[in-house]
Design a protein around this ligand. Sequence first.
Ligand code: DAK
Length: 262
Amino acid sequence: MSFENIILTMENNIALIHFNRPKALNALNNAMFDDLDQALDQVRDNPDIRVLVLTGAGDKAFVAGADIVELSEMTPLQGKYFSRKGQKVFSKIEDLPIPAIAAVNGYALGGGSEAALACDFIYASEKAIFGLPEITLGLIPGFGGTQRLARVVGNNRAREMVFTGKNITARQALDYGLVNQVCAPEDLMEAVMKTAGNIAAKGCVALRAAKEVIHNGTNTDLETGCRIENDAFGLTMASVDAKEGTAAFLEKRKPVFKGGLN
Ligand code: DAK
């Protein structure tokens, strides 16, 4: 199935989604959210897919925020439903059973930073710019940004970014712990796909368990998180890949993970 506002490709166990409205710097409108929602269902329901990568089409932007033209014409009630739709779609990224990586190739403003924050981690081009400029429009971040940014960079840095609406560079984002790696623009996708390939080669059951445990565990206290980890650890021990991984170690060979959900 093809989409008007995004491009979805799935090969070598990796799904790649490009936000694809380069003339509007990939700004998020209602139609793009609808496309993204459907594409994420396809990714989630395809048992061969083990990693998702999100990036922006063109060389200027990951996503330059919500579509300001569309926003400016919304009634408050339409705004409420737009915000809810965005939150739901970004939560769908976060709730995927597989890891998601954001490859931020340019502007990631407002909803763009919020989309990247919904991923498990972020690699950025040296040209990337992050920010939550909603306050400069008389708004606040409406797609989970006030919550996810503080959890990643800490309360005080998040407060400063949200209260001032100031942008930060890729290097600052690295310093804040917002991005894991900064690459030359021409090297970004190669670096992301290499990491995605590394992850995709791992045991499927363990990967899914790790994602779920980190996600559920970090939203609770340490003791509860460790209990969630216990249960998931037991489950991974029942997998074919765990038998293969431990046998390979003892036989001094490389493991060959089958990758299926077994
Ligand atoms: N929406 C619509 N069009 C946009 C856009 C956007 N966010 N960003 C850029 N464009 C369009 C420009 O209008 C321009 O279109 P044409 O004039 O060529 O037709 C084209 O993309 C190229 O942009 P520029 O000519 O401006 O390019 P520059 O390189 O000069 O500047 C820039 C790049 C990223 C610095 C600049 O475009 C810019 O400042 N863009 C706006 C960034 C921004 O403020 N984004 C919004 C963030 S706030 C909520 C729901 C959602 C939200 C909040 C509340 N509720 C419902 C309560 C979220 C809001 C946000 O995401």
